[in-house]
Design a protein around this ligand. Structure first.
Ligand code: C2E
Ligand code: CA
Ligand code: CA
Length: 673
């Protein structure tokens, strides 16, 4: 490119130089012509002066004539030389030059002749003069002609020089433009082929470095060095990507629960600490939800581990679908879940989330087993640690469970007092048996038609020395959770049989058994021993168990085996609180009960609630078809009794028949009857 530009420059320079040279030569020739003109004028004057002198008779020395001859010869020679000059010949046609030379020669000859005439015969001057003047005029005309030509040639040369100059400038400009265009195109090409791909590669690499791009490196298909570079980068990216994936996976595994994909305890605790720190600055309130599935062990026993896992996954999905994007759902372990919810308007946000969770959980599902859960919530207060907050949520959860499960409780001061009360009761229960604080009340069970009492249910009473009567609904769950129910249960068995031993031998004795009592192997032996000791026939015994204790509970097979054994010994097995557990009707297939007790909640509402009355009617019908005895409990009114009689129920229990009372002997029993 530079060479082309240089060549163009040199060529233009050369042309300009040539044109200048030509003009210079022409100007030189013109100068020569001028000088010869002067010489010629001088010669003419000198010839004129000398011839005039000679004509007037003035003696002109020979030497002056000789000098004049000499000058004429010189003039002639210079004129001929000027005509011979190469530039002169170039510029003028040979005709003009010849004419000029001839005119010089004629002029020289005429001058020489006039001088000789003047020197030798001055009288002949008059005759010779016209010839001289004619030659002079011819010479001047020829010279004038030559000058015109030279002037014209200079004009033409200057004009041509200007034209050439313009053309050269245009060609230089065009050449320059061409070069600029070539440079520009090359720049575009370079940009497209090299710079742009490299820039994109660098950009992709930067995006990738900060983890923002998963687009491919451009130019992978190129066969050149840039293609090699792109492929190299691609390989590098793949290696880094797989390392990152492994890191992410390791991090995920460390912070998440594998089964459900939810956050695990570690992530939960870290996030909780973070949110509490942040809320101290923002003034937000952090709510911790402690969530436990109800009867998960029973579900696991019933459906096996795979079924249990499915329920856990469904629960995880359900909770995740209820919360907002910035809330955190975690699986803390087993069937324990937790949620962190940060909001400004509490407890409104908490209440909304609770109702959403229960609404979703109660929505019909194809999966069969309904998800029931208990929820405890605690709201943060300034200066609280994550552990403290979680503990309070657990406390509220405990309350929700104690209040019948499948419900939620939000922690408050009152709950705290209740918890202290619970702790106190748990402590005091330990001495209740030895301190003789328990009593048994017996509630009659009657035939629905004759209303004749067919037996009694033993119901435990605890009179606390300071707090007074504590309802069994309060202290039994505490005794169950502390394990004391075994000791208390033994006390109940022994004392109930002791009392029953005093009754009419036709009267049955119903004893409530807690699921925990089935966990110790000695239950059958204990019952048999006690019955033998008090001489109560085993077939008078009715053992009341709830569905969760039997069919859904812990060690289900063992429980069913124990019940089977007790049944073989002659005791009747009664399903208590029928209708409140899980899929009650289908459970009846799993174990042959002798009796079913319809829960008092259905009886209480069957009058004005169509679904309650349907359940009662259906249960009676089912019991009949299976040959079971159906008992309705909680019968308080004549109307209820009437309906139960109409529907064919077998037995009734409730305040209408008799309230639980402390009976101690046959006499008492008879008095009641
Ligand atoms: P449950 O086995 O369903 O006992 C019947 C409960 O219903 C008793 O409450 C009884 O007082 C109440 N009841 C009876 N008839 C009526 C009525 O017409 N209307 C109303 N509103 N209630 C009526 P209680 O004695 O407070 O016992 C509550 C629960 O405590 C029992 O429910 C039982 O699950 C548990 N429980 C009581 N004693 C024992 C025991 O010795 N061992 C075990 N494991 N649990 C027991
Ligand atoms: Ca009962
Ligand atoms: Ca009951």
């Amino acid at each position: 490119m530079a060479l082309t530009l240089l060549a163009i420059g040199l060529s233009v320079g050369n042309k300009i130089h040539q044109a200048d040279l030509r003009i210079t030569l022409l100007s030189d020739a013109l100068g020569r012509e001028d000088r010869l003109d002067q010489v010629q004028r001088q010669l003419r004057q000198d010839v004129g002066r000398l011839t005039r002198d000679a004509e007037h008779g003035v003696k002109v020395p020979d030497a002056r004539w000789a000098v004049l001859h000499e000058r004429i010869a010189q003039f002639r020679l210079r004129s001929l030389q000027a005509a011979q000059a190469p530039d002169r010949r170039l510029e003028s046609g040979s005709g003009i030059i010849q004419e000029g030379q001839q005119a010089v020669t004629v002029f020289a000859a005429a001058s020489d002749h006039l001088i000789e005439t003047s020197r030798l015969n001055p009288s002949g001057i008059k005759t010779a003069m016209p010839h001289f003047l004619g030659a002079l005029t011819a010479l001047e005309m020829s010279r004038s002609q030559a000058r015109k030509e030279l002037t014209l040639a200079i004009g033409l040369a200057a004009e041509s020089n200007r034209r050439n100059g313009r053309r050269d400038i245009i060609s230089v400009l065009l050449g320059g433009l061409g070069i600029v265009a070539i440079i520009f195109s090359m720049a575009i090409w370079l940009r497209r082929r090299l710079v742009l791909p490299i820039t994109i590669m660098a950009a992709r690499l930067r995006e990738f470095q900060i983890g923002e791009s998963d687009r491919d490196v451009p130019g992978l298909e190129r066969p050149d060095e840039l293609g090699d570079l792109a492929r190299g980068l691609h390989e590098y990216r793949k290696a880094v990507e797989s390392r990152r994936t492994a890191e992410r996976r390791a991090e995920f595994l460390a912070n998440h629960d594998m089964l459900t994909g939810l956050a695990n305890r570690l992530l939960f605790e870290n996030r909780l600490a973070h949110e509490l720190g942040r809320s101290a600055r923002t003034g937000d309130v952090v709510a911790v939800f402690a969530i436990d599935l109800d009867a998960f062990k029973a579900i696991n026993d019933r459906l096996g581990h795979a079924g249990g896992d499915r329920v856990l996954k469904r629960t995880a999905q359900l909770l995740s679908s209820c919360v907002r994007g910035d809330d955190l759902v975690a699986r803390i372990g087993g069937d324990e879940f937790a949620v962190i919810q940060v909001a400004r308007s509490q407890p409104a946000a908490t209440e909304t989330l609770i109702s959403r969770i229960f609404k979703m959980a109660s929505a019909p599902s194809d999966e069969g087993v309904a998800i029931k859960m208990s929820v405890g919530v605690a709201l943060s207060e300034p200066g609280q640690t994550g552990d403290e907050l979680h503990e309070l949520a657990d406390l509220a959860l405990y309350r929700a469970k104690a209040d019948g499960r499948n419900t939620a409780r939000i922690y408050n001061k009152h709950l705290k007092d209740e918890e202290s009360r619970r702790v106190r009761l748990a402590r005091d229960l330990e001495n209740a048996v030895s301190a003789n604080e328990f009593r048994l009340a017996f509630q009659p069970i009657a035939d629905v038609v004759s209303l004749k009492i067919v037996g009694y249910e033993a119901l435990l009473r605890w009179r606390h020395p300071i707090l007074g009567d504590i309802p069994p609904d309060i202290f039994i769950p505490i005794a169950e959770s502390s394990g004391l129910i075994r000791t208390i249960g033994s006390w109940v068995i022994d004392n109930a049989l002791r009392v029953a031993s005093t009754w009419d031998s036709k009267l049955s004795l119903a004893i409530n058994l807690s699921p925990i009592q089935f966990r110790s192997d000695g239950l059958v032996t204990e019952l048999c021993d006690s019955a033998r000791r008090w001489r109560v026939a085993f077939d008078r015994l009715e053992l009341e168990v709830t569905e969760s204790a039997t069919l859904l509970g812990f060690q289900r097979d063992n429980v069913l085996a124990t019940l089977g054994e007790l049944g073989k010994c002659g005791a009747k097995i009664v399903m208590d609180d029928f209708g409140t557990g899980h899929s009650s009707l289908s459970n009846l297939k799993e174990f042959t009960f002798d009796k079913i007790k319809i829960d008092r909640s259905f009886v209480a509402t069957m009058h004005d609630n169509a679904s309650s009355s349907s359940i009662v009617k259906a249960t009676i019908g089912l019991g009949k078809s299976l040959g079971l005895i159906i008992v309705a409990e909680g019968v308080e009114t004549e109307e209820q009794l009437f309906l139960l009689q109409q529907w064919g129920c077998d037995q009734v229990q409730g305040f209408l028949i008799g309230k639980p009372a402390e009976l101690c002997s046959v006499a008492c029993v008879e008095a009641v009857i």
